[in-house]
Design a protein around this ligand. Structure first.
Ligand code: BES
Ligand code: MN
Ligand code: ZN
Length: 542
């Protein structure tokens, strides 16, 4: 295609950083000045397990989970003796409480082979959930990842803590070892966070087998979350639609996912004119990535995971002000979440059929950009009146959802950083959930709850349909200011042909504006875990 950078061959040999086939001087611009950092995931972190007394573990940090109230018995008593009673003393002073997500670092200890001990509070045993566990352990790993080449040992409890098994704790610790030691400082010379040199899980001979399984699961989850975070954190000049697709093709090959990538001519052939309209103002060509995991029987139901992948949302001609545009590299977080989840589903070899769809475009203003008043005919024939080029996510998802339906999806979940209105309604940490099928919505919401990821369902009553009725076309792409998250969901509903569908608006939780003790600012990788849990739950539901 004339005037687009890097157009032509694709997947996986697409040379997106290199040859610029530029047939019009108007679009000739220098290559990005940033040297793109090859993706080095921190899965090279050496993870192992060991059965040995805690006092004999050589490590920079020995991480020991404790519950509230702290009881100095069993392993903790042995540790206390080796530490000359300092744990008991800390408890007496009220400095060691076991309170949820509290951390007590002991540096330069003697009496142990480990140089330092970190006591991490899990809170009351009966209140422990998978979500609280992740939060406490990520707080712990983040607090000790500010130095290079740190060797960590984690004391896996001998038995369940409340309703959470020691295997679950080992998996969560492994995932936290991976996520808590990676920051968003990809391009900073002086890093603020460093992947651990090694991560050892200390277990007993009784739970050793369970811990081994848990460690491989924890690694898969940690890597999937980090992949989603990494893609969001990278700059938009690097994660263009082609840049994203190239990365997707690479990770798909690594984990045995079938991968198909649609380039612009193919998208045109598929009549995806709604998606293409968003892309047409950009010099970056669009892509749709399709990843398939066929773990179930050929006739088993197909779950479709659909992600919004706007690699940069300037707003188009309805240009965003600087403040609103500042974080819009995160507008491909839905697609990144789908990619992360697909890698985990494949690596865990789940016995289900799941297809991931990522609609990838850049939304830019230019002489070729789509305009207010344009009428777009989506691939399912619905005509759309463009009232605001900044309501572009729904235009991308419209065609991708309709493609997924035609490709035989029996259930659908889409994820999108879709509306600021959703953030106004629910705050920055909570996703909006919207659905046309309460049973399916309950399944997704329960999966989210089980993972400690917050989603809240909003209504989809018929009365909201009026908001998007078109004057010239069937529907318009904005429903006005009030109920903006719902009218956006109502728009999407027009493209799922009545299939059970849940839309998750992750505009709030996908990108964190600042650090918190339990998570780094930047891409959060939220809902990767939920999607995995949904896929795992499919088997039992069918
Ligand atoms: N990508 C934005 C939504 C967004 C906002 C994501 C804040 C993350 C944080 C989306 O494309 C958008 O611009 N939505 C508009 C819709 C409006 C024009 C109807 C919005 O929310 O303002
Ligand atoms: Mn927008
Ligand atoms: Zn957007």
């Amino acid at each position: 295609m004339v005037g687009r950078r890097g157009e032509a061959p694709l997947c996986p040999a697409d040379n997106w950083q290199g040859d610029c086939e530029i047939s019009s001087h108007r679009f000739q611009y220098p290559k990005p000045s940033v040297t793109h950092l090859p993706w080095k995931d921190n899965s090279i972190m050496e993870i192992s397990q060991l059965t040995a007394p805690l006092v004999e573990i050589a490590a920079d940090w020995l991480v020991v989970p404790v519950t509230e109230p702290v009881e100095i018995s069993g392993k903790l008593a042995v540790l206390d003796t080796a530490l000359a009673g300092s744990l008991a003393r800390l408890k007496e002073l009220g400095d060691l409480t076991g309170k949820f997500a509290s951390t007590v670092p002991l540096r330069g200890v003697s009496g142990l082979k480990a140089a330092r001990v970190l006591l991490v509070g899990l809170g009351k045993a009966e209140e422990l959930t998978a979500g609280r566990l992740d939060r406490a352990l990520a707080t712990a790993t983040r607090s000790i990842s500010d130095k290079k080449d740190v060797k960590v040992a984690f004391a896996v409890p001998d038995a369940a803590v409340g309703a959470v098994s020691s295997g679950q704790i080992a998996a969560a610790a492994t995932a936290a070892g991976l996520t808590g030691s990676v920051g968003q400082d990809l391009y900073r010379t002086e890093k603020s966070r460093f992947p651990f040199a090694s991560f050892q899980l200390i277990c007993t001979s009784e739970n050793s087998a369970a811990v081994a399984t848990a460690v491989s699961r924890g690694r898969i989850i940690g890597e999937a979350v980090n992949l989603a975070r990494d893609l969001v954190n990278r700059p938009p000049q690097e994660i263009t639609p082609v840049g994203f697709a190239t990365r997707a093709a690479t990770v798909a090959a690594e984990c045995g996912l079938k991968c198909e990538i649609f380039d612009q001519p193919r998208l045109e052939k598929e009549r995806m004119k709604s998606l293409l309209a968003v892309s047409q103002g950009s010099v970056e060509p669009p892509r749709m990535v399709i990843l398939e995991h066929c773990g179930g029987a050929p006739d088993a139901p197909k779950l479709a995971l659909v992600g919004k992948g706007v690699t940069f949302d300037s707003g188009g001609l309805s240009l965003k002000p600087t403040d609103g545009m500042l974080t819009m590299k995160c507008d491909m977080a839905g697609a990144a979440t789908v990619l992360g989840a697909m890698t985990a589903i494949a690596k865990l070899k789940l016995p289900v059929n799941v297809v991931g769809y990522m609609g990838l475009v850049e939304n830019m203003p230019s002489g070729s950009a789509f305009k207010l008043g344009d009428i777009l005919t989506a691939r399912n024939g619905v005509t759309i009146e463009v009232l605001n080029t900044d309501a572009e996510g729904r235009l991308v998802l419209a065609d991708v959802l309709s493609y997924a339906v035609d490709a035989g999806a029996s259930r659908i979940i889409d994820l999108a950083t879709l509306t600021g209105a959703c953030v106004v309604a629910l705050g920055e940490d909570v996703a909006g959930a919207f659905s046309n099928d309460q049973t399916w919505c309950d399944a997704v919401m329960n999966a989210a709850k089980g993972c400690g990821e917050d989603a809240w369902q909003l209504p989809m009553w018929d009365l909201y349909d009026d908001l998007i009725k078109g004057d010239v076309g069937d529907i318009k792409n904005t429903g006005g200011r009030w109920g903006g998250a719902i009218s956006a969901a109502k728009f999407l509903q027009r493209f799922v042909s009545g299939k059970p569908w849940v839309h998750l608006d992750i505009a709030g939780p996908a990108f964190a504006s600042s650090n918190k003790p339990h998570r780094e600012g930047g891409g959060t990788g939220c809902f990767v875990r939920t999607l995995l849990a949904v896929a795992e739950g499919l088997k039992s539901q069918e």
